[in-house]
Write a protein that binds this ligand. Structure first.
Ligand SMILES: [Zn+2]
Length: 376
């Protein structure tokens, strides 16, 4: 990871580069900053810079063998500890290293919920357990492959249980030669004070709106207006910004599909219905459910518009323009059956129903329901 891949945090990057230039690298550093500000990514950029055979004043070269290994998280002198969901087979981070690389490499702003989601452990307790301390000691006792530093990156040390934290403290009190500890925390105040006092603190800030907005524009091609709006809602977190952006993109896709689908269903234009189903079917099962939830949301807004007040409608922009025209088709005479049909479809998806059949059935049902006249 290059320093240039890290959004903002220029002052801190400068300090880290200077420390390398002066050869005054503190052996234990605590990178503290809120979720989504890039702490872990920065730890990897710093490590890569430190090991690079060909660094310049601003960044690592990104091409030398050392940079290549660092960028794939396979450098033999760089070790990594992260929270895991303990099980019979998973006792230390190394048991999930391959999975971690797979999750982190495409997404260096990975959050803990993202990481746990990627291993299907959403409902489990993230922990760094005591077995990890023995593993850390063992790794630090190895000789280095390239004769320089051994680095131990510990992501979210606040997830260490008491025994693990006490053992880590012992290691920090008597660190092996040429060892660099980079502790990346989101909650410095949840760490043992004695650990914090053994480290040099690197405080990361939330990303300022203009920095975040520029990154969204540059990296994702968001329009300046979208980028500014999302940055405003993201409270300085790139991870939040990206999630909002993907929801934004999904909403745009779902609106387009829903519009085409309902138009095709109204008069049952079979060719068009099939075209829309061909667009929907290849999406993942989660997306099918999300699309149906979106559909329910639109129906709800139509009812609000028809029976409450326009001012209570939560939608804006294109979606609002659409429901202003569509709302007249959703009324007391059909809404209950419509909602019921969608809920049943959603439950069928849960049970692995074939999507093409399911959306075709739902299209027939929608045709029937949309043509029920408004009760007088
Ligand atoms: Zn290099």
């Amino acid at each position: 990871m290059l320093f240039s891949s890290i959004i903002g945090q220029d002052e801190i990057k400068g300090r880290l580069r200077q420390a390398v230039a002066d050869n005054r690298i503190s052996h234990a550093q605590l990178i503290n900053g809120p979720e989504g500000c890039g702490g872990l990514a920065l730890a990897f950029a710093f490590t890569q810079y430190l090991y690079c055979h060909n660094r310049n004043a601003g960044d690592s070269c990104g091409k030398c063998p050392s940079c290549v290994k660092c960028s794939k998280l396979v450098h033999p002198d760089v070790h990594l500890v992260f929270p895991i969901a303990l099980s019979k087979d998973v006792r230390v981070s190394d048991n999930l290293l391959a999975e971690f690389r797979e999750a982190f490499l495409p997404d260096p702003y990975l959050t803990l919920p993202d990481w746990f989601g990627s291993i299907g452990a959403e409902n489990k307790q993230p922990v760094i357990a005591v077995d990890e301390s023995a593993s850390i000691l063992r790794k630090l006792s190895l000789t280095t492959f390239e004769g320089g530093y051994k680095t131990m990156i510990i992501w979210l040390p606040e997830k260490m249980n008491v025994q693990a934290a006490n053992k880590l403290l012992k290691i920090l009190e008597e660190p092996p030669e040429k060892t660099l500890f980079l502790l990346v925390t989101e909650n410095e105040d949840q760490l043992l004070r004695t650990i914090v006092s053994r480290t040099q603190l690197i405080g990361l800030m939330k990303l300022p709106d203009p920095v975040l907005s520029e990154a969204l524009h540059q990296r994702h091609g968001s329009s300046p207006e979208d980028a500014a709006r999302i940055a405003f809602l993201s409270d300085g977190s790139y991870s939040t910004a990206r999630r909002l952006m993907s929801e934004n993109e999904s909403a745009a896709l779902y609106l387009r599909l829903f519009q085409q689908w309902m138009r095709a269903c109204l008069k049952f234009d079979a060719v068009k219905v099939i075209e829309v189903i061909e667009d929907i079917a290849p999406l993942k099962r989660e997306k099918h459910k999300e699309f149906l939830r979106y559909t329910l949301g639109i129906l709800r807004e139509c009812l609000v518009m028809n029976y409450a007040s326009d001012t209570l409608v939560r939608l804006q922009g294109e979606e609002l323009d659409f429901i202003k025209k569509f709302a007249r088709f959703i009324h007391a005479g059909n809404c209950e059956r419509f909602i019921d049909a969608i809920n049943k479809a959603s439950a069928a998806i849960e049970r692995n129903a074939a999507p093409k059949m399911l959306f075709m059935d739902l299209s027939f049902r929608a045709n029937e329901l949309l043509n029920i006249p408004l009760p007088v």
